[in-house]
Design a protein around this ligand. Structure first.
Ligand code: MSP
Length: 648
């Protein structure tokens, strides 16, 4: 199967903001999801660089249009990697190849008689770059820009759009999936119930030179929409490139409701006039407001993607926007909303599930994947829930209902957390006879984590790398990167070694302190530092608990290997009294290099007998990875102190 997904090409009269970021994150998530399904995918975005709006912005910046468009287009290109957006192609309407094809298409449509010259007078909105109809105005103003349109009379070229009204109506009626969600399809059908007027597609050069010259009249340039929409074809090598052949028949466009009419009416009628089959689907989403207010430069509440990433992290931004917005409806961004979602869904539900499950496998099975035995009823319902989650997730993601896909995933996270509580692995670990049951419970939990890593790859590709690493896998492993190969229960191989990972999603402060975390142009608090791992709630212990631990400096005075054990050493220390401790460090240290070291021990651990040797305490060490292998590094004291000194 093949997939071709596009975003609008963004005007370069403004810098990228949350609205652009959202559409582009959605397209990236969809393209990653389709790759997860095994599709060959092409994902295209870009910039729309002609027209009078751009000329005005360049004038304001006091630089020539060429230099201006280069500068802002670069800002868009530099923004996408920060959001972990990986497009296959970034198109610019100033690309020579695009210009040549737009001219060829204009000539073709002109030769077919679908472009004609006429005198026209009308109400023109500069913001929309189109003529408005009287009935569209609200209190005499453009409804989108709240400014009065200008009365303009001039001679221009027109595209005979009205000719294609009936075929378009039929196509929309016969193809319920052509425009979704349904509310936008209905909006278009309502619009088409009235006669369609022809579309003005040129500007005289006396008024605008920054555009593509008409091939049949050098005194005119083409109107922006005729130029812009064609990017979806030029970007894949229309008319005879192999990628056009491969991808056009499956083209899916993603836009917000603001540009519904150009995409649902101008574009399909243009394609009909060109003799090119229509695109397959148009997906339309709603608008992001900020704190329930329309985002606008004049209000000063424009939210910039770069600052969002610095403040909240890319995974959180991607997750939040996809989870919070019901695709098709408007949504409101606020710093409280994103912090609440981060802390509740990511740090608590998902993060804790990961850290609890992986920590237990380290604690009870030395980080090795245990082998499961026959499933209990409880195990079977967990498996069934996993399959149901995968099915619902897959359906929702394919239908652009990302919030529902994520809801299904989080219901499963909740079940997995309940499975831990219900099976109490810590109690099983105390009973040797329940060792096989503990193996099964731990294995099942790791399988849950694997399936979560798989489903979250498209949404949070960065977090998925860390989640996969925790399971001892790379993110490209089909077990977590292919729904076909990895989307069934029970694929983790027993015996595999997990890796130690730090907290997946450190909690974000802000909500509880009442401090503003949002970064808009209006309020500019310092970015929150996120790089230091913060403990999650289940990790927190109270001070009294900590006080019970007797941590002391111990000086090693003798070390001996223990017979029949590869891992253990018998360590004799002064702390300050002499005692022996059995430590699992034989694979990491030679006995002789330890003598004389001062290390930190837990002095009040209950004594135990290990391999016949008395152990009074525990030596502390850090777990780390060196050359991909786990290594233990003893926590030593750098300056010599009296043996037995308390560590606090
Ligand atoms: N250049 C045209 C599109 C040509 S496509 C052939 C254009 N550019 S734009 O810069 O104004 O981008 C509009 C698009 O940006 C919207 O359709 C949407 O994808 C995104 N958004 C801009 N503001 C938005 C919000 N406030 N909320 C959500 N998305 C928004 O129109």
């Amino acid at each position: 199967m093949t997939t071709y997904i596009t975003t609008p090409i963004y005007y370069v009269n403004a810098q990228p903001h949350l609205g652009h970021a959202y559409t582009t994150i959605v397209a990236d998530t969809y393209s990653r999801f389709k790759r997860l399904c095994g599709d060959t995918v092409r994902f295209q975005t870009g910039t729309d660089e002609h027209g009078d709006k751009i000329v005005k912005a360049a004038e304001n910046a006091d630089i020539p249009p060429r230099e201006y468009v280069d500068r802002i287009s670069a800002q868009f290109r530099e923004t996408w990697p920060l959001l972990q957006v990986e497009a296959d192609h970034f198109i610019r309407t100033t690309d020579a190849a695009h210009i040549a094809v737009v001219r060829a298409i204009l000539q073709k449509v002109y030769d077919r008689g679908d472009i004609y010259f006429d005198e026209y007078s009308g109400l023109y909105c500069r913001g929309c770059e189109r003529y408005l109809m009287e009935k569209e105005l609200v209190d005499g103003n453009c409804p989108d820009h709240q400014t009065p349109p200008q009365e303009i009379a001039e001679q221009n070229y027109f595209f005979r759009m009205s000719r294609y009204q009936q075929p378009l109506l039929e196509h929309i009626r016969n193809n319920p999936e052509f425009i979704t969600p349904e509310r936008y399809r209905n909006e278009v059908l309502a619009f088409l119930s009235e006669p369609l007027t022809d579309l003005c597609i040129s500007r005289p050069k006396s008024r605008l030179t920054w555009g593509i010259e008409l091939p049949f009249d050098d005194k005119f340039v083409t109107y922006v929409w005729f130029d812009a929409l064609i990017n979806y074809l030029t970007g894949i090598g229309y008319p005879d490139g192999p990628d056009f052949e491969k991808f056009w028949s499956v083209a899916e466009h993603l836009i917000a409701k603001d540009i519904l009419k150009p995409h649902a009416i101008y574009w399909p009628t243009m394609l009909m006039a060109m003799g090119v089959p229509l695109y397959k689907k148009l997906h339309v989403h709603g608008y992001w407001n900020v704190d329930d207010t329309k985002m606008s430069k004049s209000i000063g509440n424009v939210v910039r993607p770069k600052e969002l990433v610095e403040t909240y992290g890319v995974d959180t931004l991607r997750y939040f926007t996809l989870r919070e917005m019901s695709f098709g409806l408007d949504s409101s961004f606020s710093s409280d909303a994103i912090v609440v979602r981060h802390n509740a869904d990511l740090a608590n539900d998902l993060g804790n599930l990961f850290s609890r499950a992986i920590t237990m496998v380290w604690k009870y099975r030395e980080g090795r994947i245990p082998a499961p035995s026959f499933p209990s009823e409880d195990d079977q319902s967990l498996r069934d829930a996993a399959q149901a989650m995968l099915r619902d997730y897959r359906q929702a993601m394919a239908d652009f209902r990302f919030h529902l896909g994520l809801q299904a995933v989080w219901e499963f996270v909740g079940l997995a957390n309940k499975y831990i509580v219900g099976n109490a692995p810590w109690a099983l670990a105390k009973d040797v006879e329940k060792s096989a049951r503990l193996d099964t419970v731990l294995y099942n939990l790791l399988e849950c984590l694997r399936l979560l890593t798989l489903t979250l790859q498209p949404v949070m590709p960065g977090a998925a790398v860390r989640m996969a690493a925790g399971l001892g896998l790379v993110a490209a492993d089909p077990l977590v990167a292919s729904l076909e190969k990895g989307g069934v229960w029970g694929l983790l191989v027993p015996g595999g070694q997990l890796m130690a990972i730090t907290t997946l999603f450190p909690r974000l402060e802000g909500k509880t302190t009442g401090e503003p975390v949002a970064k808009t142009e209006r309020d500019q608090p310092q970015p929150k530092k996120q790089d230091a791992p913060v403990m999650t709630e289940v990790d927190l212990v109270d001070f009294q608990f900590f006080q019970k631990l007797d941590l002391r400096v111990a000086e090693i005075i003798a070390v001996e290997p223990i017979k029949n054990s590869k891992k253990l050493l018998k360590v004799t220390v002064l702390a300050p009294e002499e005692r022996t401790i059995v430590a699992g460090i034989a694979e990491h240290y030679q006995p002789e290099e330890l003598i004389g070291s001062q290390v930190v021990i837990v002095a009040n651990l209950k004594p135990a007998k290990l391999m016949g040797v008395n152990s009074h305490g525990m030596v502390l060490a850090a777990k780390t990875l060196i050359d991909g292998k786990e290594k233990l590094v003893l926590s030593k004291v750098r300056e010599t102190v009296a043996p037995g000194s308390k560590v606090a």
